[in-house]
Each structure stands twice: as C-alpha cells, then as structure tokens.
Design a binder for this molecule. Sequence first.
Ligand SMILES: Cc1ncc(COP(=O)(O)O)c(C=O)c1O
Length: 367
Amino acid sequence: MQDQIRKPIYVTQPSLPPLDEYTRILEGVWERGILTHNGPMVQLLEKELIDYLHVPNLVAVTNGTIAIQLAIRALNLEGEIITTPFTWIATASAIMWEKCRPVFADVQPDTFNIDPQRIEEKITDRTSAIIPVHVFSNPCDVEAIQKIADKHNLKVIYDAAHAMCVDYNGKSLLEYGDITATSFHATKIFQSGEGGACITKDRELFERLRRLRFFGHDEKKDIVDEGLNGKMTEVHAALGLASLKWLDKVLHDRREKYELYMSLLENCGFIEFQNFPPDSYNYSYMPVLLENEEQLLALTEHLNGHNIYPRRYFHPSLNTVDVVSSKEHFPVAEDLASRILCLPLFYTLKKTDIEYICGLIINCRRR
Ligand SMILES: Cc1ncc(COP(=O)(O)O)c(C=O)c1O
C-alpha cells in the first residue's frame, strides 16, 4: 500500500467486542432503568472476573487511579509511600491525593520494575507502605518485596494497571500484596471504557473497600466510613461483560503479534527488550529500548513520516516532573525513560502492518 493512502497507525486501539453483543446487554440495562449504585451488571462483572481470574475478592470501581486511592484509604496509610519513578503519573498522584508523599526508589534496568535493594534504602520511620508497579505486566520481585514489608511492618499495594490475566507461581499476580489495584481503561488488555478494580485476600479489607467506593455506606445505607464516589456504572460494566467474552482471543492475538515483532527485530542489533518470565506476561505492550534518546527521536520522526505513531512510556521519569518534585536523581529510571518506545500493538493491527513497521525500523538504521 502507498504510504500516502495508508491510514495512521497509533500505538494502541481498544479491543472492542462486537457492537451487537454490547447492545444486547444494554437492552437489559434500559429495561431495568438502573444505571449505577452497584447494579446487577456490576455484580455480574465482579462475579465473572473472580471466576476468570481465580481471585478471592474483587471490587469494581470507576478507574485504576481511584482503585489505588481506595486501597491507600482502606489501609489507613499516611506519611511516606515508596514507589517507582518509572510509571504513569497516576501512581504518584493517587498517593498525593491521599495526602501521602511518594518517595521514589530506582528500578532494575532489565525488568523495568522497582529494585527491592533500592527500596530498603528509602525506608524511614515515616514509611507506611510500598506501591510497586508491574511495568508492562512484568511481575515485580514479589517475594523480595514481601520480605522487606514484613521486616519493616509495611503494607504493600500493587499497581497492576497493566497486569490483568498474569499468573505467577501458580496463582494470579493480582493476589499478591495486601491489595492490588488494576485498570480497565480503554487501552488496557481488558477494558470497560473506564474502570478498574481492587483485589484482596482479606475479607475485612474487601468489605471496607466496598463501603469506601459507595460514600462510606454500609449495607443498610448508614454512613459508617469516610468514603467517596468510586462506583462503576452499569453501562461500563456491560462493556466489561461484553469484552470479557473476547478476552481469551485478545490475549492469544496479542501474544502472536508480540512474537512476530520479536522474530523480526530480535537480531537487528540495535534494540534491547524487557526481560520477563515468558509464561507470566500478558504481552499487552511492545516496548523497545533504543541505544540512546537521539536514536529514539530519529526513529520516531521516521515512523511518523510514514503515518506510524509509537509512544514514549513513561517519559519523563516522574522524579523530574515538577508536580511530584523529587530533587533526587534516579539514573536507571531516567535512562530507561529516555530510550523506551512502545510500538503499535492492538487487536485490529494486521500482521502485515507489523512487517511494514519492522521494515521501516530496520531501514531507518541503515539510512
Ligand atoms: C501504571 C499505571 N497506573 C495507574 C494507571 C491509572 O489507571 P486509570 O487510567 O484506569 O485511572 C495507569 C493508566 O494508564 C497506569 O498505566
């Protein structure tokens, strides 16, 4: 196809279920006239996700950011929370909205996840918790992190916004930590437009999360806690239910496309890849690490010139962002942030598009 008539290819597109499957579920919503307040579609989505993911308890909420905030509130956290600078701003802003201070610990250069050794250096008598992020769905070193948390009596909340449908050591990755917060945003591997969830093994925390997302109401609608409005709507839950039917297909497709990219780029000699355990990864992103920022910018310009729009994730490293205001340097996170580019990867992307993109990448280097 001529470049001039090639449609733009962006980094991602939502995995949409067939429209008629969505509208069929919506018909019931219209008939009942119930749009929110923990309605039957939200309850059904929670039940189906618990079965699909094999997790003990799950509370569906408005989005992944609110899921982190509710988790912080449910655990009564205060003071300092150790997290990674190599993440989306939502991880840090959720901490700040809950009146805590994010304290960064640098990441590992190969996994892109928070480095447990760097966590211990950051613990003070004000530290209340650790919020690691499973970056691009790569499992953090959950055992080492739990050991540190136990030793210093800290809570652990995982930001698993990228990490739906990942099993690790024989169980869902979402089961680790005191609470895991995940996202069902339009661009995530499982999507309900906007949405998210908190997952916890602890029944009391589960009950509290349910109250907190609903203005602090208990079952009798008495106000018994300091809550907020974190409810998912029936319209979003319906989209989640329709998407869930297609999730196996989406996961399978994503892995095939990731592997195609790898087969075409693996030996090109100027790109590095994230190091992850192959059976504990959902292949939802296609991050590549260029040799330096100059090459990243040159490649981006070259691809943009052919109507291909990859995206930098997570740039800039959060410690350099004014609103978070950390004066410290985090050499590994800053280096990764300057060199990572996520290539287009989504359900409707064609394999021929991937071949075309990889051809452009290899040619860009040869020019
Ligand atoms: C690592 C990470 N944490 C949290 C979030 C926030 O999720 P949401 O957009 O559902 O609020 C995102 C969203 O992209 C994310 O990438």
